[in-house]
Design a binder for this molecule. Structure first.
Ligand code: FE
Ligand code: CA
Length: 524
C-alpha cells in the first residue's frame, strides 16, 4: 500500500476523518462531498500508464440531493488492472453543463489498490430532480463524460422512465439492447443481476470469456474488466444512474447462502463468495460500505419521490438451500412448502416489512431476481430455485403486503432469460396457482443470455397455459422500459432482433399497462 492522499480541503478532510474510523482511512468511499473549492493534493501521484479510464464511468443509487459516481483506474483490465500498488488521487467534477463551464461540485477521491483502484464518490448537496454531467481526471488523463440525475424530493415526482434488465452472458452474444437503450433516454436503469457470468471460456461461443471459471478475486476482477470494456454497456452506464442488485452468476450458478451449486465445492466457498462480492462492490456504482468478509448487505430502498419506491432485494445471500434435492426443476416434496423456509433471511425479511410500511409511494416496485408468481410445470413439477421453492416465504411476503396496505405492488424479475407478464399469485394447498391476485409480475428477458432453443416451444406452452400468465416470450433478448406516472405503469418490452451483431435492430414487442388501484396487468 502506498501513502494515503487525503482531500486537501480542510473542511472535507475533517469530515472525512470524522466519518471514518482509523481502519477505514484508505477507503475510496468519500462521504459528503465538500464545496467546489477543493484543491489539488500536495504530492504528485506515481507515474501512470495511459488508458486509465478503459472501463468508463457510471453513477447510481440517486437520492434527492445526491448520487454516487464510479470509475476504476484500469489501464490493463484483463490482467489485474495494470496499476502500481499505490493509492492514486482522482479528481472528480459535477457540472450543470456538458462542457463543464458551470461546475457545481468537485473534489478528490482516493483510488486504492486494495479495492482495485475503484472510486466511489457519494456526491451530496445537489438539487433534487436535476440532471448533471460528471467526469474524473488523473494528471492529464480525463475520463469520458457521464450524465446522471438526482431523485425527486419527498412528496414530489410525477414521472419516471426506468429500464430494467438482467442476464448479460458475454459468451451468448453481443448487447444490441444496451447499444439501443440510451435512445430511450431513461431516468434510471435497474439491473436485476447476472451482470457477469462465472463460467470458463467456450471456444464455440459467440464471443469468448477471458479465462477458465473464475473463483479468485483477481479472476472476478478481470471478468468485470472484460464485461465493462464493452462500449454499449459503457454508454448506457454513462447515460443515467443505475440501481444494481445481483443474482447468482456474480458468484456461481444457483448457490444458496454459503452452499455452493455442487456440494464438493463447499471447502473454500466462503472465500470464493467473499472474492465475488468484493469484485461486485468494486465495479458497481453503489452507496454501500465496502465488504470486509464473505457477507455484504446490499438490500436497500431507493425512492423516487412520492411516485415510486424500489425495494431492492437480495434473494441469494441468505436463502436456505433449494428444496427437494435439486437446485433446478424437479418434482415437489414436503420441504418445498415447509413452514419457516427462508429466501430473504430473517433480517432482510423484517427490513422489507418495514420498508413496505414506511413507503408512501404510489408504486412499490420489488427489484427481485427470481420468478415470484406460482409457476408449476404441467403437474407437481417446480423450479426449486424460484420463489416456488420457498412457498412459505412467498406467503409471508404476501402477508407483509396486506399488513402494509401496499396498493400497487409490482415485482420486476430477471433470471429465466424469457419475458413474462402475469398476475402475481401464490398457490393453493394442492400446489395449483391461487386465483387471489396480489399484484403484478413483470419478468424481463435477458440482455444476451440464451434460452435453450429446443425448450422454447414447450416452455412457452407450459407457462403460457397458466391461468394467471398473460404472456410469455422465450425467443427474444432485450429489456423492459417502464413509463410511470401517478395513474399508470406502462411496460414496453424492447426486443433485439439478434445478439449476433452488436448493432442489431431493437423494436418494441408488446406493451402492458398496470393501472393504479388495479391488481394485475392488461395489454396496452
Ligand atoms: Fe441469467
Ligand atoms: Ca441460475
Amino acid at each position: 500500500m502506498g501513502h494515503h492522499q487525503q482531500p486537501a480541503d480542510g473542511a472535507s478532510r475533517r469530515r472525512f476523518l470524522a466519518g471514518a474510523g482509523g481502519a477505514l482511512l484508505a477507503l475510496p468511499l468519500v462521504g459528503a462531498a465538500g464545496p467546489a473549492s477543493a484543491t489539488r493534493p500536495g504530492r504528485a501521484g506515481p507515474r501512470l500508464p495511459g488508458g486509465l479510464f478503459s472501463l468508463g464511468v457510471a453513477s447510481g443509487d440517486p437520492i434527492p440531493g445526491g448520487v454516487v459516481l464510479w470509475t476504476r483506474l484500469a489501464p490493463d483490465p484483463l490482467a489485474g488492472g495494470g496499476m502500481p500498488p499505490a493509492d492514486v488521487p482522482v479528481r472528480w467534477e459535477v457540472a450543470d453543463d456538458e462542457d463543464f463551464r458551470r461546475v457545481v461540485r468537485a473534489g478528490w477521491a482516493t483510488a486504492s489498490p486494495g479495492f482495485a483502484h475503484s472510486v466511489h464518490v457519494d456526491v451530496r448537496h445537489l438539487r433534487p430532480d436535476a440532471r448533471y454531467f460528471y467526469r474524473f481526471r488523473v494528471g492529464d488523463q480525463v475520463s469520458p463524460v457521464g450524465r446522471t440525475r438526482t431523485a425527486p424530493a419527498p412528496g414530489r415526482g410525477d414521472r419516471l422512465r426506468f429500464l430494467f434488465a438482467s442476464c448479460q452472458n458475454w459468451q451468448d452474444g453481443f448487447w444490441p439492447a444496451w447499444a439501443f437503450a440510451p435512445q430511450d433516454d431513461p431516468d434510471l436503469v435497474v439491473h436485476l443481476g447476472d451482470y457477469i457470468y462465472e463460467g470458463g471460456a467456450n471456444a464455440a461461443a459467440v464471443r469468448q470469456h477471458n479465462s477458465a471459471e473464475i473463483t479468485t478475486l483477481d479472476a472476478y476482477r478481470n471478468r468485470y474488466g472484460l464485461y465493462k470494456g464493452d462500449p454499449a454497456l459503457q454508454a448506457i452506464h454513462a447515460a443515467c444512474p443505475w440501481v444494481v442488485t445481483w443474482d447468482d452468476h456474480e458468484v456461481e450458478n444457483n448457490y444458496a447462502g454459503l452452499i455452493p451449486q455442487v456440494p464438493a465445492e463447499a471447502p473454500g466457498f466462503a472465500a470464493r463468495r467473499a472474492a465475488a462480492y468484493q469484485a461486485w462492490w468494486e465495479h458497481q456504482p453503489v452507496r454501500l460500505p465496502p465488504p470486509t468478509g464473505p457477507d455484504l448487505r446490499i438490500y436497500r430502498a431507493v425512492n423516487w419521490g412520492r411516485l415510486a419506491r424500489f425495494h431492492v432485494l437480495d434473494t441469494r445471500q441468505y436463502r436456505g438451500d433449494q428444496a427437494c434435492g435439486t437446485n433446478d426443476i424437479g418434482p415437489t416434496c414436503g420441504e418445498r412448502t415447509a413452514a419457516g423456509r427462508t429466501l430473504l433471511g430473517a433480517e432482510q425479511e423484517a427490513w422489507l416489512g418495514r420498508s413496505l410500511r414506511k413507503s408512501g409511494a404510489t408504486w412499490d416496485v420489488l427489484a427481485n431476481q427470481i420468478v415470484m408468481t406460482a409457476m408449476p410445470f404441467g403437474g407437481p413439477i417446480f423450479n426449486m430455485d424460484q420463489w416456488d421453492g420457498y412457498a412459505d416465504a412467498r406467503a409471508r411476503f404476501f402477508d407483509q403486503l396486506t399488513a402494509a396496505g401496499t396498493g400497487n405492488p409490482v415485482v420486476i424479475t430477471g433470471d429465466i432469460h424469457a419475458a413474462g407478464v402475469g398476475d402475481l399469485v401464490g398457490e393453493n394447498s394442492d400446489g395449483t396457482p391461487s386465483t387471489e391476485v396480489r399484484g403484478t409480475e413483470l419478468v424481463g428477458t435477458s440482455i444476451s443470455s440464451g434460452f435453450p432453443s429446443d425448450l422454447v416451444d414447450v416452455a412457452e406452452q407450459l407457462i403460457g397455459a397458466l391461468p394467471h400468465v398473460r404472456w410469455v416470450d422465450a425467443r427474444h433478448r432485450g429489456y423492459v422500459r417502464c413509463d410511470v406516472d401517478r395513474d399508470r405503469l406502462l411496460a414496453s418490452y424492447q426486443q433485439a432482433q439478434s445478439v449476433l451483431q452488436p448493432d442489431a435492430p431493437v423494436t418494441t414487442g408488446r406493451t402492458w399497462a398496470v393501472e393504479a388501484g388495479v391488481l394485475g396487468p392488461q395489454e396496452a
